[in-house]
Design a protein around this ligand. Structure first.
Ligand SMILES: *Cc1c(COP(=O)(O)O)cnc(C)c1O
Length: 240
């Protein structure tokens, strides 16, 4: 099946659709970054995307990403991979060895572990706060209060190796466009409140939108879309 997929053509189509969505939303060209989500796809697919100019990748599982990316990054240091899946604390040690950002921070205990492991490596790492906005999704902070406590701990100096850059969410898996939009609006409005309240931080990133809904996300202020299937084709979960 994958022989029928042309990653280069797909990337070009997605880039065009992003530009059109930026224009439609009255936003400047280049306002939205494209992450290629390569989970369940082999290193060869990542190389193909890289050769078509793609530098930013997303992965869900630390083990899989740790097999694929460090060799590629050693050859091409401009390649970046970010973690976007729910992260167990015992996977953090490995993740911070190669990930440029962890987008799926959903609890203060995870921040503690990220801080501990980054301190050992003497490196800083960017993070996004994942917020729960869609009924079916299980990940993300579920209350604004808990999220604020994490942000305040960072401002307090508890996690000096952690650089918060903004927020991430996943819309519900539904055909109902109004529900999807509502989820993105929830994150945008939350981010506006928190930016106002915590001006010492630069919480500018809004990671929202996937293959099926990134145009809606761009209309609602996304700065980074995470696109897998529309670039690499369907994932074969039977191989996991
Ligand atoms: C898998 C995944 C994506 C990409 O989904 P597609 O529908 O294949 O574009 C984006 N974000 C997260 C958090 C994911 O787990």
């Amino acid at each position: 099946m994958s022989e029928l997929i042309c990653i280069k053509d797909n990337l070009e189509k997605i880039r065009n659709r992003i530009e059109q969505a930026e224009t439609k939303a009255g936003r400047p060209q280049g306002a939205v970054k494209l992450m290629a989500v390569s989970k369940f796809h082999p290193a060869g697919a990542v190389v193909e995307a890289f050769e078509a100019g793609q530098l930013l990748f997303g992965e869900n599982r630390v083990q899989e990403a740790s097999e694929k990316f460090p060799p590629l990054i050693a050859q091409h240091p401009e390649i970046k991979v970010q973690m976007i899946g729910q992260l167990q604390s015992n996977k953090v040690k490995k993740a911070v060895e190669f990930a440029s950002c962890i987008q799926s921070v959903d609890r203060i205990d995870l921040l503690k572990e990220i801080e501990k492991q980054c301190a050992k490596l003497n490196r800083n790492i960017e993070i996004l706060f994942e917020y729960h906005t869609g009924e079916e999704s299980k990940s993300g902070y579920t209350t604004e209060k808990a999220l604020r406590e994490s942000i305040e701990a960072i401002i307090n100096g508890d996690f000096p190796h952690v650089i918060p850059k903004g927020f991430m969410t996943m819309a519900p898996f539904t055909e109902d466009e109004a529900l999807i939009r509502k989820s993105f609006i929830t994150l945008r409005e939350l981010s506006e409140r928190l930016r106002k309240d915590y001006q010492s931080l630069s919480l500018t990133e809004l990671s929202m939108g996937m293959s099926g809904d990134f145009e809606i996300a761009i209309e609602e202020g996304s700065t980074l879309v995470r696109v897998g299937t529309a670039i690499f084709g369907e994932r074969d979960y039977s191989k996991s």
